[in-house]
Design a protein around this ligand. Structure first.
Ligand SMILES: *Cc1c(COP(=O)(O)O)cnc(C)c1O
Length: 480
């Protein structure tokens, strides 16, 4: 560029006032604060100036610059927490909110949000009730437990169980289970916080029943068994079952007073009410099985395999659960009415596993026959080809592997199908960024070898299929 061209371009840049006048008449800025509008008008002019200084020739027209500012203002006003389409194939995607709620859960939340509700009111007694009562009998029906309590999440549940039953005592745990779950939730740290003394037994790969037997001391208050979550030791391994822990605890407890008994507590992580075929060799004992094998207490998440809202559920005998209900942490970690409503509705669907598979999106995604996933992928491919110019991209339905995510069924390959987009115009990185940053409802897919994949297993409904097709069409539409 000649020097004159360069100065001319800089001189052509519009005044901020001119941009502001244009923005005033733009629908996209309706509701924006003055300070946001001024900030984005300045930024848009600055960007054009920087582009010129970098030797580029941006459109310096006031209309073009105002349009860029308007689209940023519009994006700036979007809610921070909002809907996303998960086409990544990771079913329990913690970054994307883990579980999409069943319709019944949504309706239940809606019902209690609109007015007052029976949160702590007992209709039969026409008197004060307990918020713990809404989900307890459902959890007991599903798991066969005698009593239950639901708190903020499973991390909270672990904390609460340890501080009620292991504070000032020793809790014995296998070295193979001293895990970090992510977000600084580490078993040794939680132990420390709860006031329990951790006694490690065994090795990373092998722990034997005699390791627990030898660790028993007068101070021993608990055997803690932790699900290894998204981590696996494979090969030369051995872990001790809940049944073995029960047997070892019973032998010792025969010489102790009931109140000094060693408790067997399992943090199941994901927890599961049913064993789905898809779990195959990765199947873990369900909550009911763990109780049947002799765990005194079992805790698990509400929003992993159960597909409900964020919550932590603890089940066990009435005597033990009553102690938890009286612990001050029960007040600190209690659930609010919206979560309780969603949880109760989700649990009701779990009463019949067939209904759960049909109505709870997470369970449907885990259990779905790959042929049904393929049909959804084909529907998506057809919806896309209807909307884009065939020359822009090659579309194919390809076999894929979905993941359960959320630390559940780690390493378990769930067969799936995806629509693969190979780009003749634009490219995969650019498209991914556009779909996430520019669309009103961001779409999260996956990139592999310069291609974008939309996994059909985690797509929720036809509305999402249309949105993905339209989003892709918008991407190709704005190229050039
Ligand atoms: C996920 C998980 C937790 C934490 O559960 P949140 O509901 O996410 O708080 C605790 N323990 C194990 C073994 C887990 O897998």
């Amino acid at each position: 560029m000649t020097e004159i061209g360069y100065y001319q371009l800089l001189k052509q840049l519009p005044q901020i006032d001119q941009i502001l006048r244009l923005l005033e008449g733009d629908d996209r800025t309706a509701g924006a604060t003055r300070s946001l509008v001024v900030k984005e008008a300045r930024t848009a002019v600055d960007e054009a100036r920087k582009a010129i200084l970098a030797g580029k020739q941006p459109d310096t027209g006031a209309a073009a610059i105002a349009a860029r500012a308007a689209s940023r203002i519009e994006r700036g006003m979007r809610p921070s927490l909002r809907r996303v389409i998960n086409a990544s194939g990771v079913i329990i995607h913690t970054n994307l909110g883990r579980s999409s709620m069943a319709k019944a859960a949504k309706a239940a939340v809606d019902d209690v949000m609109d007015g007052y509700c029976t949160l702590e009111y007992d209709i039969d007694a026409m008197a004060r009730g307990s918020r713990h009562s809404h989900c307890e009998s459902l959890i007991c029906q599903i798991t066969g437990a005698e009593a239950a309590i639901a708190v903020n999440n499973n991390a909270a549940a672990v904390m609460m169980v340890l501080s009620e039953f292991a504070r000032g005592h020793e809790a014995v745990v296998s070295r193979g289970e001293l895990i970090e779950i992510g977000g600084s939730f580490r078993i040794p740290d939680i132990m420390d916080q709860s006031g329990a003394t951790m006694v490690e037994v065994g090795t990373t790969n092998k722990t034997h029943p005699h390791d627990y037997e030898r660790a028993i001391a007068p101070e021993t208050g608990m055997f803690l068994k932790v699900h290894p979550s998204n981590y696996r030791v494979i090969g030369f391994t051995k872990t001790v079952s809940v049944a073995d822990l029960r047997r070892i605890a019973d032998k010792e407890n025969a010489h102790r007073l009931p109140e000094d008994a060693i408790l067997v507590y399992e943090d199941q992580g994901s927890g599961s009410f049913v064993n789905l075929d898809v779990y195959g060799e990765y199947a873990e004992p369900t909550v009911a099985e763990s109780i049947a094998l002799g765990a005194d207490l079992v805790s698990f998440s509400g929003d992993k395999l159960l597909g409900g809202p964020q919550a932590g559920i603890i089940v066990g005998s009435k005597k033990l659960i009553d102690r938890l209900k009286k612990n001050p942490l029960a007040r600190v970690l209690r659930l609010d009415k919206m979560t309780l409503a969603a949880l109760e509705a989700t649990l009701r669907l779990h009463l019949d596993p067939k209904v759960a598979m049909r109505e709870i999106p997470t369970v449907r995604m885990l259990a779905e026959d790959p042929e049904d996933t393929r049909a959804r992928a084909e529907k998506l491919r057809d919806a896309i080809s209807l909307r884009i110019d065939a020359a822009c991209a090659d579309l194919a339905v390809v076999p894929e592997i979905s993941r359960a995510g959320g630390g559940a069924l780690a390493q378990c390959d769930i067969p799936s199908y995806a629509v693969e987009v190979a780009f003749n115009a634009g490219n995969a990185q650019d498209c991914e960024e556009y779909m996430i940053k520019q669309l009103p409802v961001p779409i999260v897919g996956r990139i592999r070898q310069e291609r974008v994949l939309f996994d059909a297993r985690t797509i929720i409904d036809d509305g999402e299929i249309t949105s993905i097709a339209e989003g892709l069409a918008a991407y190709f539409g704005q190229l050039d």
